[in-house]
Design a protein around this ligand. Structure first.
Ligand code: TRP
Ligand code: SF4
Length: 340
């Protein structure tokens, strides 16, 4: 039996925001702190390049900042292995091995490809890299022999394909690579300021280390229950487009009843409600804001942390790669400069 291992990642197309924290990162921190699983978390810059190839020069900086955000919000680089995908070349070698045993039809059926095809075509990103996205993702997980993969629902089709690829590898080469399973994060989808899903492309997001003043301003912009046209109109929190949904994620039971009663009786105004929300959000963001500032002010320190994580990752990934090549009977060799 192989060890239980958590493996996950985020593509580093954009800087991350509170939606990514509540949707994924918070759960990673919980897994790291509350289970015995060894955890591997990757900043997936090759995956970012599949459709953001035109902004290649931004992606390195985004990857560093994303990692700073992870650490600021509780990922401990001593407990968990944190790395940048492109600094672990073994991912690409495993990707190539898997590409050869993944039938074209399997990939063509993946819904994240099928549904995005036209959009991708329109922005000229209808390319082989994007088509093979789930194969590289399988390589990411296999590199660390990940068994538990915390992801959102949208990633389930990828994980199913990953399992099929692993089964095929094991069958062809009589190997025993672990079949990974999705650990579904049932986090509520955090709305953006305008009530739609929080996303940088909608411009409705709150950056993870936004200043306290700016957080207050952003809270003021959030949508409320449209029935409350004036301060005197009572409202219904369940019909509140954004503010109440945030309260449910970050506020105490006491604050929640204050909101619910005050809203329904028009005892409080939306302004009061938003101010309380801003306070509560800022309580959560205060410490991470400081930690991230420290990290970005000491680039050498952050780079050392990342380099150390990448070295640990290369060591693990190299062992898996060697094992895979042995199973295949495809000779391993060390190239000049070594692999790790
Ligand atoms: N595709 C994932 C996403 O968009 C990111 C990702 C890349 C990933 N490689 C991974 C997630 C490996 C889990 C495991 O969210
Ligand atoms: Fe939303 Fe709060 Fe206003 Fe009610 S009082 S509508 S919950 S912002």
């Amino acid at each position: 039996m192989s060890k239980a291992r958590v493996m996950s990642g985020m593509r580093t197309t954009e800087r991350i925001h509170l939606g990514n924290y509540f949707g994924a990162l918070k759960n990673w921190v919980r897994l790291q702190d509350e289970t015995d699983y060894e955890c591997f978390f990757g900043a997936m810059d090759w995956h970012a390049l599949t459709d953001a190839f035109g902004r290649a020069n931004e992606i390195n900086e985004v990857a560093r900042e994303v990692i700073a955000d992870w650490i600021a919000y509780g990922i401990n680089p001593e407990k968990s292995v944190i790395f940048i995908q492109s600094q672990v070349p073994q991912h690409l070698e495993i990707n190539m091995i898997l590409s050869n045993i993944t039938p074209f039809g399997w990939l063509d059926r993946v819904t994240t490809w099928k549904d995005a095809k036209e959009e991708l075509q329109a922005k000229d990103a209808h390319n082989l890299g994007r088509f093979g996205y789930p194969v590289l993702q399988t390589a990411d997980i296999l590199a660390y022999q990940g068994t538990h993969v915390p992801v959102g629902r949208d990633q389930v089709p990828h994980l199913e394909l990953s399992r099929e690829i692993v089964r095929r590898f094991n069958r062809i080469y009589k190997a025993k690579l672990p079949e990974m399973e999705a650990l579904l994060t049932e986090a509520p989808v955090l709305p953006g300021l305008d009530g739609r899903k929080m996303s940088k492309s909608y411009g409705n997001h709150i950056p993870l280390t936004e200043s306290a003043k700016k957080v207050k301003k952003l809270c003021n912009k959030m949508l409320t229950d449209p029935k409350r046209e004036t301060r005197e109109d009572p409202g219904e929190p369940e019909d509140c487009q954004a503010v109440y949904k945030f309260h449910k994620l970050v506020s105490s039971a006491e604050d929640l009843s204050w909101v619910e009663e005050g809203c329904r009786s028009a005892g409080i105004g939306c302004g009061d409600c938003k101010a309380r929300l801003a306070e509560n959000l800022n309580k959560i963001m205060e410490e991470p804001r400081e930690i991230k500032k420290e990290l970005l002010n000491n680039p050498k320190n952050l780079d050392d942390i990342i380099q150390d994580g990448c070295a640990r990752a290369r060591k693990e990934a190299n062992e898996t790669l060697r094992m895979m090549r042995d199973a295949m009977g495809f000779k391993s060799f060390d190239y000049p400069g070594g692999r790790s």
